[in-house]
Design a binder for this molecule. Structure first.
Ligand code: PRX
Length: 631
């Protein structure tokens, strides 16, 4: 089913965009009516660069908007969450069942002493309880901080401690590629260093779960005695809904804070504009709830729209490469939203796997997380969508809350160009500028900027104002700088070219090179290290580490393996270096800055260009030799 009948004329879209920029208060005030508010705001926007407040003194509850309001109408018995496990196990929760579970768990949190404004950490696999826990926090105005379940004990502890979370919600195990991963073991290790956590709640999936008395509880046990109804707490629109940690250019992750009102309005509207979502849809966004895509477009926006979502635990190519297509056929998925890295992997398995299944229910496809290369785009469009489904390439970030550059295909059938996320979205004044902030002519590479506030914009970084200003607002005066390179072509289409800072994009996940370096340096064998990204056919980019060893340690294969394992254990599998090279010296400027640009060129086998600022040329010769030995 196409949403063609809902299309508005192009001139109309352009006039909406114009109005949204010229009169944001009027425009967003109108849009905010997509939610149910307990109290209307006094003012739509207060903007003192770089702080925006939206819907001031308006009161609402995100959980009420995602759950309660649907059970009051004919969505009461509609499927809210279709959950599928890797082994084919399936659970379906209607909106009413979701309402019941969320209420009870909200009461569980209250009984554990959680109050409005407290932080709750969630470290869970992709199971319905993860969404229930998020919504239960929102119901009582507690701020959740979801930590990706692939992160290690140290990474989990660091995030819990920064947010000073009181309670941790987790699970004893998770299933991945047929294996049981022991989350409990990781959590126990993390909790040795988390003084603020009073209680932990485990979803029990294994029989031999050992709990620490007074600290640990079993989800089911607590739910048994819980009340059936908890009044949703109407919070002021700028009350934080959640904190989500993401990678930046230093070793410490950034706690991005999102509001309740602005975030909910923006994600709900962008979901509608992008996909023209309707009650017939079965929406499957394959992202994990540990990332922003899982917050905005698995949980909050689709549920606020009363959509049926698919949630899947496991690898999309396990136990065979047809798994993803099988799920689409089984549940009649109408919109698939995934990442280029997944598309490239599925493409590698060949189209015979796709053809085994009936994918005729699909009406739209989405791509997010990194630029999609034209070959993968063509395959996605022709083989998966059978030339019937438009591809929405959505550019955005943890910080932007929702899509900022994307085709609003839900309301307008704009022509697509493979690899371009098309135009700045409604209410977004984006441009490509030089380092002084001057707008660049077509096809000139520069920095992407957003010149105005929008409701989904982050409120700031958790307890770190200075870093918020430095990370986003100081590079280009008075503009939000996402740190991505882009060009704008002669037709005004935006093309994102990749990160303009020391952040890697590995399989659509952000990893700070400084974070990996920080871990490596904490190993006794390592004196210095520099990490760069090497292009990879499937993952887009993989980390490569150059390491200078401390005295007494030798250049041995076992040590390389040990360091690779050490990073994997300390940060989590996504940060695992693809290779490690031991060198005697890193190329540095005379002022002592590591020249990662040179390392990158060396690994790519490219011309090095101007070496006049390098302190010692021998470092380059040595790395060249090391690389040729490696091959
Ligand atoms: O570099 C851009 C890339 O992913 C970064 C944001 O990562 P994260 O905060 O983890 O959020 C990922 C999912 C929203 C951006 O700075 N990126 C994201 N979407 C695209 C993209 N690059 C190109 N095209 C996209 N559609």
């Amino acid at each position: 089913m196409k949403s063609g009948d809902k299309y508005i004329p192009l001139e109309k879209l352009n006039s909406i965009k114009k109005e949204a920029l010229e009169n944001p208060e009027k425009f967003w005030g109108e849009q905010a009516k997509c939610l149910d508010w307990n109290k209307t705001w006094d003012k739509v926007l207060e903007w003192h660069v770089p702080y925006a407040k939206w819907f001031i003194n308006g009161r609402l509850n995100a959980c009420y908007n995602c759950v309660d309001r649907h059970i009051l109408n004919n969505r009461r018995n509609k499927a809210a969450i279709i959950w599928e496990g890797e082994n084919g196990e399936c659970r379906i929760l209607t909106y009413y069942e979701l309402y019941r579970e969320v209420n009870k768990f909200a009461n569980v949190l209250q009984n554990l002493g959680v109050e409005t404004g407290d932080r709750v950490a969630i470290y869970m696999p992709m199971i319905p309880e993860a969404a229930i826990a998020m919504l239960a926090c929102a119901r009582i105005g507690a701020i959740h901080s979801v930590v990706f379940s692939g992160f290690s004990a140290d990474a989990l502890a660091e995030r819990i401690n920064d947010a000073e979370a009181k309670v941790l919600i987790t699970s004893d195990i998770l299933y991945r590629r047929g294996k049981k991963i022991d989350l409990k073991g990781i959590v126990d290790k993390a909790l040795l260093n988390c003084p603020t956590i009073n209680h932990t709640v485990y979803v029990k999936r294994n029989n031999d779960l050992k709990l620490m008395e007074g600290r640990d509880y079993c989800w089911d046990e607590l739910m048994k005695g819980a009340k059936n109804y908890v009044e949703p707490v109407p919070v002021e629109a700028n009350h934080p809904l959640f904190i989500l940690y993401t990678s930046g250019t230093t070793g410490k992750p950034k706690g991005v804070v999102h509001s309740t009102g602005g975030f909910m309005v923006y994600t709900t509207k962008t979901l509608e504009w992008t996909w023209g979502i309707n009650d017939m849809d079965v929406f499957w966004c394959t992202a994990d709830i540990g990332w922003i895509t899982g917050h905005s477009y698995v949980v909050y926006a689709p549920l606020a729209c009363g959509t049926t979502i698919v949630m899947y635990e496991g690898a999309i190519d396990y136990p065979n490469p047809g798994r993803i297509w099988e799920i689409i056929e089984k549940h009649g998925v109408t919109i698939l939203y995934t990442a280029p890295t997944a598309i490239r992997m599925l493409m590698m398995y060949g189209e015979e796997w796709v053809k085994k299944y009936n994918l005729s229910t699909l009406r739209m496809l989405g791509s997010v997380g990194e630029p999609i290369n034209p070959r993968a785009w063509k395959w996605y469009y022709e083989v998966v969508g059978q030339k019937r489904c438009p591809i929405c390439d959505c550019y955005w970030q943890t910080e932007t809350g929702g899509h900022v550059i994307y085709p609003p295909i839900g309301i307008q059938d704009i022509p697509l160009k493979p690899g371009s996320a098309t135009f700045p979205g409604i209410g977004i004044d984006a441009d490509v500028v030089d380092e002084y902030g001057n707008s660049l002519p077509p096809n000139k590479r520069g920095l992407l900027v957003i010149k105005n506030p929008w409701p989904g914009m982050l409120m700031g970084l958790w307890k770190n104002d200075a870093r918020y200003r430095a990370a986003y607002w100081e590079r280009i005066k008075n503009c939000y700088c996402p740190s991505d390179y882009a060009i704008k072509d002669e037709d005004g289409y935006f093309w994102i070219l990749g990160r303009a800072d020391e952040v890697l994009n590995v399989a659509g996940h952000r990893i700070g090179t400084a974070e990996v370096e920080h871990v490596l340096i904490s190993h006794p064998a390592v004196a210095e290290s520099a990490v760069i990204g090497k292009p990879d056919d499937i993952k887009g980019e993989v980390p490569v580490a150059f390491v200078v060893l401390n005295k007494g340690y030798q250049n041995k294969k076992e040590l390389k393996e040990e360091l690779i394992h050490y990073v994997k254990e300390t940060m989590g599998p996504i940060a695992t270096p693809h290779m490690i090279l031991f060198v005697n010296k890193l190329p540095k400027t005379r002022s002592g800055k590591i020249m990662r640009r040179i390392l990158k060129k060396l690994i790519m086998g490219e011309e090095l260009g101007d070496l006049s600022t390098i302190e010692d040329n021998t470092s380059v010769d040595e790395i060249r030799k090391e690389l040729s030995d490696f091959k």
